[in-house]
Design a protein around this ligand. Structure first.
Ligand code: AMP
Ligand code: MG
Length: 485
C-alpha cells in the first residue's frame, strides 16, 4: 500500500461490449524521463505530486508500469476526416482506465504516444516531444481561459527516436479527460448496425455525462439536445478568444463538450476570419469563420447515428433530430452576442449592438489589427499606441461605443471590470509557443515554464502577462501547424 500514489481506478468502459475496445498494454520504452508534471492538476485529481515525481511515476507515464487498478485498452471509433468517413480507433493512445477522485469525479487517464494498437494501421503508435508539449501548453492555457478541455498531467520523453521526415525525440503525454467518447464513437456504433450495442453506448454516455436526463422518456432526443448545447457553448468560447481548432473531424469532437486533440490548433493574431494554420487544410474547411458551421455539420452526423434510438419511425426520428439541430445556430448566435457584449463592457441589450460589434470587427480586419491586443487595449483604456486607434473610422466608432456605454446604468468602472474578465490579457501566441518548444527540445525548460506561468492567469493584467503581448516579427511566410503524427 505504501506504493499507492492515490490512483483509484474503476474501468467502466471495459464493461461495454467487446466491439468498443481492444485490451492493449502500452509498449514499454527504453528510458522514460519526466519533462513536465502538472502539479496542480495532480492535486485536483487527489494524486500526490511528490509521489508522481519519482522513478515509479515516470515508469507509469512512460507506459512501462501500470498503476494499480488499471485495465488498459485502446478505444474503437470512426470519424469523418475532412468530410470522408473512415473507421479509426486509438492508433497511438492507450486508455489506462478511469480514475475516481476523492470527490467521486471520474476522469479518463490516457497515454498518448504509448505504442502500436489494434487500430494503428500503418502508424508507429508514437508521438514526438514538440507536439506533446504543444498539447500540454495549449490545453492548459485553454483551461485557464475557462474553456472546457481535456487536460495534460505529464509529458515524458521515451529515450527513443521516432522517425518522421527527420528523427525526433519520442514522447508520451498523459491526457486527462471527462471521457474520450466522441461523435465518432457513435458513428462507429451506428456503422456496426447493432441497435442494442448503440443503445448500450448511448445509455453509458448519458449516465456518464448527462445523468439529469437518465430517466427521461425521450432521453435519446434529449441527449442529442444536450450535446448540441454543450458544443454550441464550446465553439462560441473558441470564437470569442480567437482559437482555431484546425482539425474538427468528427472523431475530434467530444460528447462531454471538452475541446480535444490539439494537433494543428493555434490562436489567431491578426484578425482575419479566413485564418487557417493547418498545413493539410488546403481548402480552409476548418478556417476560423467556418467553425460554427462545421460544428453543426458534425452534430448532424451525430444525430444520424442516433436516429434508430430517437424513434423507430425513421421519418419521425429525422424530424425530431432536425428540430433539435436547429437549436445550434440559435444558441451559438445568442451566446456569441452575449460574449461580444461582455468584451465591450455592455451589460444590457440594444438592437444595434450587433452592428456596433460587427463594425469594430470590420475595422480590425481592414487595419490588420491584432484580435487579442485590440480588446486588451480597449480594456486597459490605452488607445494611444498608434495603428487602428489613430484612424478616423475607429475614432468615430469609439464615439458610438462611448455613447452606448453612457446609455447603460452601470459605471465605466463596472464596464471595465466586465471587460477584464471577458478579454484575456494573454493567449498562447504561436511565436512564443514555438520559442518555448525549441528551447525545450534543446533541454531548456525555463522558457516553457515562464510561458505556462503567464498563461495560468490569462485575465490578470500584470507585467507577467504584458511580457507575452508582443507580436511576431512581420513575415511573408504564414504560420503553419502540423498534425503532429
Ligand atoms: P488525429 O489526427 O490525431 O485525430 O488522428 C487520427 C487517427 O490517426 C487516429 O485514429 C489516431 O489514433 C491515428 N494516428 C495518429 N498518429 C498515429 C501514429 N503515429 N500511429 C498510429 N496511429 C496514429
Ligand atoms: Mg484525433
Amino acid at each position: 500500500m505504501t506504493e499507492n500514489k492515490g490512483w483509484n481506478f474503476d474501468n467502466s468502459y471495459t464493461r461495454l461490449p467487446d466491439s468498443f475496445y481492444k485490451k492493449t498494454t502500452p509498449t514499454p520504452v527504453s528510458s522514460p524521463k519526466l519533462v513536465v508534471l502538472n502539479e496542480s492538476l495532480a492535486k485536483s485529481l487527489g494524486l500526490n505530486p511528490q509521489r508522481l515525481n519519482s522513478e515509479e511515476g515516470t515508469e507509469i507515464f512512460g507506459g512501462n508500469k501500470l498503476p494499480e487498478g488499471s485495465e488498459p485498452i485502446a478505444q474503437a471509433y470512426a470519424g469523418h476526416q475532412f468530410g470522408h468517413f473512415t473507421m479509426l480507433g486509438d492508433g497511438r493512445a492507450v486508455l489506462l482506465g478511469e480514475h475516481l477522485t476523492p470527490e467521486g469525479n471520474r476522469f479518463d487517464i490516457q497515454l498518448k504516444g504509448a505504442g502500436r494498437t489494434h487500430y494503428s494501421r500503418g502508424g508507429d503508435g508514437r508521438a514526438a516531444l514538440g507536439p506533446m508539449l504543444r498539447e500540454y501548453i495549449i490545453s492548459e492555457a485553454m483551461d485557464a481561459l475557462g474553456i472546457p478541455t481535456t487536460r495534460s498531467l505529464a509529458v515524458v520523453t521515451t529515450g527513443e527516436s521516432i522517425i518522421r521526415e527527420t528523427d525526433l525525440t519520442g514522447a508520451i503525454l498523459t491526457r486527462v479527460a471527462a471521457s474520450h467518447l466522441r461523435v465518432g464513437t457513435f458513428q462507429y456504433a451506428a456503422a456496426l448496425q447493432n441497435i442494442e450495442e448503440l443503445q448500450t453506448l448511448a445509455e453509458y454516455a448519458i449516465v456518464r455525462h448527462y445523468p439529469e436526463i437518465e430517466n427521461d422518456e425521450m432521453r435519446y432526443g434529449n441527449f442529442l439536445y444536450e450535446v448540441v448545447n454543450r458544443q454550441a457553448d464550446l465553439i462560441t468560447k473558441w470564437m470569442l478568444v480567437g482559437f482555431i481548432h484546425g482539425v474538427m473531424n468528427t472523431d475530434n469532437m467530444t460528447i462531454s463538450g471538452e475541446t480535444i486533440d490539439y494537433g494543428p490548433c493555434a490562436f489567431m493574431d491578426t484578425y482575419d476570419t479566413k485564418t487557417v494554420f493547418s498545413s493539410i487544410d488546403t481548402h480552409g474547411r476548418y478556417a476560423y469563420e467556418n467553425q460554427p458551421r462545421i460544428g453543426m455539420w458534425n452534430l448532424a452526423r451525430f444525430a444520424e447515428s442516433l436516429l434508430p434510438l430517437i424513434n423507430q419511425d425513421e421519418e419521425k426520428a429525422v424530424e425530431i433530430a432536425q428540430n433539435i439541430l436547429e437549436e445550434f445556430p440559435k444558441r451559438y448566435e445568442a451566446n456569441w452576442l452575449a460574449g461580444m457584449r461582455a468584451k465591450l463592457g455592455l451589460f444590457n441589450e440594444e438592437d444595434e449592438d450587433r452592428e456596433l460589434i460587427n463594425n469594430l470587427l470590420d475595422l480590425l480586419y481592414q487595419h490588420k489589427a491584432d484580435y487579442t491586443n485590440t480588446f486588451r487595449s480597449l480594456t486597459m483604456n490605452r488607445l494611444e499606441n498608434g495603428g487602428l486607434f489613430e484612424t478616423k473610422p475607429f475614432q468615430e466608432w469609439n464615439k458610438k461605443w462611448q455613447a452606448r456605454l453612457d446609455r447603460q446604468e452601470q459605471s465605466r468602472e463596472e464596464s471595465l471590470e466586465l471587460m477584464k474578465i471577458s478579454n484575456p490579457a494573454v493567449i498562447p501566441r504561436n511565436h512564443r509557443v514555438e520559442e518555448a518548444l525549441t528551447a525545450a527540445k534543446n533541454g531548456d525548460l525555463t522558457v516553457m515554464h515562464s510561458l505556462l506561468n503567464a498563461l495560468a492567469d490569462p485575465y490578470d493584467y500584470d507585467s507577467i502577462q504584458e511580457e507575452y503581448c508582443s507580436l511576431p516579427e512581420p513575415s511573408n511566410i504564414p504560420y503553419r501547424t502540423f498534425c503532429g503524427t
